[in-house]
Design a binder for this molecule. Structure first.
Ligand SMILES: Nc1ncnc2c1ncn2[C@@H]1O[C@H](COP(=O)(O)OP(=O)(O)OP(=O)(O)O)[C@@H](O)[C@H]1O
Ligand SMILES: O=P(O)(O)OC[C@H]1O[C@H](OP(=O)(O)OP(=O)(O)O)[C@H](O)[C@@H]1O
Length: 301
């Protein structure tokens, strides 16, 4: 099948073809009921149940395709969008618009130098060799540090940036850090942060495809569901005001009267990471039968 001829009329949605953001992106698509089958080695997949085509691209290239309006929607790192925007001529507005922070792919683009070396401040790298995959952001960073000048020599490498200092190619690097394992293994330390990043859903500023809203709302629902649990409990009506402060919900808690005089049942969305503390506090104010339920999907205001 000539897939390119089947793109007409479809929303084009770019997703990472490999790497750190791919699995969580595929999970989001699946949670949003975007059904597709990707043929081996093909970078285009037609969605079966919606007029959408998925385009598998390197995360670093996604902002370019979206910025030029070739692709309507995409998932990539905020760092990649920032790098794309930093390459634009002065005064030009970015064609890439962020719609949603997706929460995964959290990392920092950091200035790193040899741990045992003499450098401790990014200013000491001015005029020296710096290696990175993010040349535009690194240039902007050093230009600001140098007060508008740029004497620092910035060189591009596509991967394994952390090897540059040990190989004598660089005095410092600008690379992504998450756990810090790679940096530590390469004998480097971070001395400054250029940008902080998470995966984002982005759209082309010029797209007018109505499916953008539908997809955004589905993805938002999946993210909310992943972030929250539903907490249900029974409480004496006299303690309801205090309990409602502990579980205010996204809008307000749902309160139902119980058959037993003076008692009510409460059901409220609570952030997953806070649930243990919330349960402790509810118990303290007299709540009983506290249940915590996972949310499969959601649409909230
Ligand atoms: N260690 C990490 N932890 C979390 N997110 C990361 C990490 N490294 C990269 N990312 C995010 O994932 C995006 C893609 O990086 P990744 O290293 O997966 O690239 P890639 O497309 O596989 O290209 P490469 O050929 O450079 O490996 C980055 O721009 C960043 O937003
Ligand atoms: O702080 P950490 O948890 O160690 O993660 C950081 C590493 O992850 C990324 O590389 P990746 O492993 O995706 O491969 P790459 O170097 O080929 O881009 C990034 O470029 C760092 O090297």
């Amino acid at each position: 099948m000539d897939l390119v001829n089947h793109l007409e009329g479809r929303l084009l949605f770019a997703v990472p073809k490999k790497g750190r953001l791919q699995q969580s992106t595929l999970d989001l698509l699946s949670g949003s009921d975007i059904q597709f089958r990707r043929e081996t080695r093909l970078d285009i997949a037609l969605v079966k149940n919606l007029p959408i085509a998925l385009i598998f691209l390197p995360a670093a290239d996604i902002p370019t395709f979206i910025g030029e309006g070739r692709v309507d929607l995409g998932i990539t790192g905020r760092d990649q969008v920032a790098e794309h925007d930093a390459q634009l001529p002065a005064g030009e507005t970015s064609g890439v618009e962020e719609i949603l922070d997706l929460g995964f792919g959290r990392c920092k683009l950091q200035v790193q130098v040899p741990e045992k070396g003499p450098l401790t401040d990014p200013k000491e790298l001015v005029g020296k060799n710096v290696v990175t995959s993010f040349t535009a952001l690194t240039e902007a960073f050093f230009r600001q540090l140098e007060g508008g000048e740029l004497s620092t020599k910035i060189k591009y490498v596509g991967g394994s940036v952390e090897a540059a200092c040990a190989l004598g190619v660089a005095d410092g690097i600008v690379d992504l850090v998450e756990s810090g394992e790679t940096m530590k293994a390469a004998g480097l330390k971070a001395i400054d942060t250029v940008v902080e990043s998470t995966a984002v859903l982005v759209k082309s500023r010029n797209t007018n495809n109505s499916l953008v809203e539908l997809i955004t709302s589905r993805i938002r629902g999946v993210i909310t569901a992943q972030k929250y649990v539903l907490c249900q409990y029974n409480i004496p009506r006299t303690e309801l005001a205090t309990a409602s402060q502990i579980t205010p919900g996204k809008r307000a808690p749902t309160i139902t009267a119980l058959e037993e005089e003076g008692w009510v049942a409460v059901s409220s969305m609570v952030e997953k990471k806070a649930i243990a503390t919330v349960m402790d506090e509810l118990t303290k104010v007299g709540a009983t039968d506290i249940l915590v339920l996972n949310i499969a999907n959601s649409r909230t205001g």
